[in-house]
Write a protein of this length. Structure first.
Length: 402
């Protein structure tokens, strides 16, 4: 039986372990934390991401924990004016075959983790921080900081933005602070004024800032993210700094009453410095030999298109589809996997789409925070073109078949 090492127990790592398990592989998943858990903000899942979960048989679990907004509304953060929007709900389902969902990261993480728990094919090990690895024609060997040693036929680096696998594989330096800070909050829906308890995604735009809020926890809570421009925090590798409401208020200035009431309802803020990398430049940034990078380790994506988690799911889905193809099996019994060829094919199939998402996300950030003529052009475009300017058929019809 082929075996696989997966570094990282987040969304990308669990998804990769899931498809490998279903392909009949023996998986060792190494996570550096004390427990398998996911904190952080909510996630928007477009039809492309929901399509992946549906293909894995996880749509019933998603329906229990997610919300399914009826509309995306874009408003001016100062005046409250409606700038544009997109109909979601049944219209999105009819157009793309899957709905648009919003869910808390921890809930999606648990959906994936439950698929692996109790499996004899997946060995999940905690407190295992990668120190170094090496690969040759026979496989991959690695050592963790506590001296533990592992070997397998291939290695998947799913260890996020500050990936140690990437650091050794590509040696391309550390991520760079983007200049934006994301303040995150979660509000029980019952604590919001009635007029704000809407089953929709709302985006607020103003020069130098934007905010997004949407329901999570099956509609029981509202996830709030406010992004402002600001200086880098002392520890750029941490994405979960304590934050104070007065700091956010000073950064925002005067805002519309609806937006202001939402901010007042948030009981606690956390601060997330947005670090980034340049868009992918080629398949070599996805895979080399028997080692591949998935999710944020390969293509960290700014949150302005709400596609970071979706691209990790798409990476794993594509891997699963390739593993199901008999072309990659070799050996006398036809069981061994030609890992270098398979991972290179994965890289060629994925890198352009991931680079496009990275580029589009960066551009969206500039448009969201625009001032002057660019802002006027943005508002005029939404007024004239309506939903056509906000809808993304090339994205939502994915992921492309390998």
């Amino acid at each position: 039986m082929d075996d696989l090492l997966v570094i990282g127990g987040g969304m990308a790592g669990l998804s990769a372990a899931l498809v490998a398990q279903r392909a009949g592989l023996q998986v060792t998943l190494l996570e550096q934390a004390e427990a398998f858990s996911e904190v952080g903000a909510g996630i928007q899942l477009g039809p492309n991401a929901v399509r992946v979960l549906h293909d894995w048989g996880l749509l019933p679990a998603l329906r229990e924990l997610a919300a399914f907004p009826e509309r995306l509304a874009v408003r001016d953060a100062r005046s409250g004016a409606q700038l544009g929007g997109l109909t979601l709900g049944a219209a999105m389902q009819q157009r793309y075959g899957q709905p648009y969902a919003t869910i808390h990261r921890a809930d999606l993480h648990q959906i994936l983790l439950r698929q692996l728990q109790g499996s004899s094919q997946v060995d999940c090990r905690l407190r295992q921080r990668l120190q170094a690895f090496e690969q040759d024609a026979d496989g991959v060997r690695l050592q963790t900081e506590d001296g533990s040693r592992y070997q397998a036929s291939a290695l998947l680096g799913c260890d996020g933005l500050w990936s140690r696998v990437r650091g050794q594989l590509l040696a391309d330096g550390a991520p760079v602070f983007s200049g934006d800070l994301a303040y995150r909050g979660l509000v029980p829906m019952a604590d919001l004024p009635p007029e704000l308890r809407r089953n929709q995604v709302t985006a607020w735009l103003a020069p130098g800032l934007h905010a997004v809020h949407y329901p999570v926890r099956a509609g029981a809570a509202m996830n709030v993210i406010v992004v402002v421009e600001g200086p880098i925090p002392p520890d750029p590798e941490s994405w979960d700094h304590a934050a104070q409401a007065p700091q956010l208020r000073r950064a925002l200035g005067s805002v519309h009453g609806d937006f202001d009431r939402l901010l007042q309802a948030v009981p606690d803020w956390r601060l997330w410095p947005l670090n980034a990398r340049a868009p992918m430049r080629g398949p070599h940034e996805h895979a080399q030999g028997r080692v591949a990078l998935l999710g944020d380790a390969a293509h960290p994506t700014r949150p302005y298109l709400a596609q970071g988690a979706a691209m990790a799911l798409e990476d794993a889905w594509t891997l699963g589809r390739l593993l199901a193809q008999p072309d990659w099996r070799h050996g006398a019994a036809g069981q061994g996997i030609a890992w270098p060829g398979l991972l290179q094919t994965l890289a060629r199939k994925r890198w352009r789409r991931n680079a496009w998402i990275q580029q589009r996300s960066r551009r969206n950030g500039q448009i969201f925070h625009a001032a002057g003529p660019l802002r006027w052009g943005r508002d005029l475009g939404m007024a004239l073109l309506g939903e056509r300017l906000v809808d993304l058929p090339e994205l939502y019809r994915g992921p492309p078949a390998p």
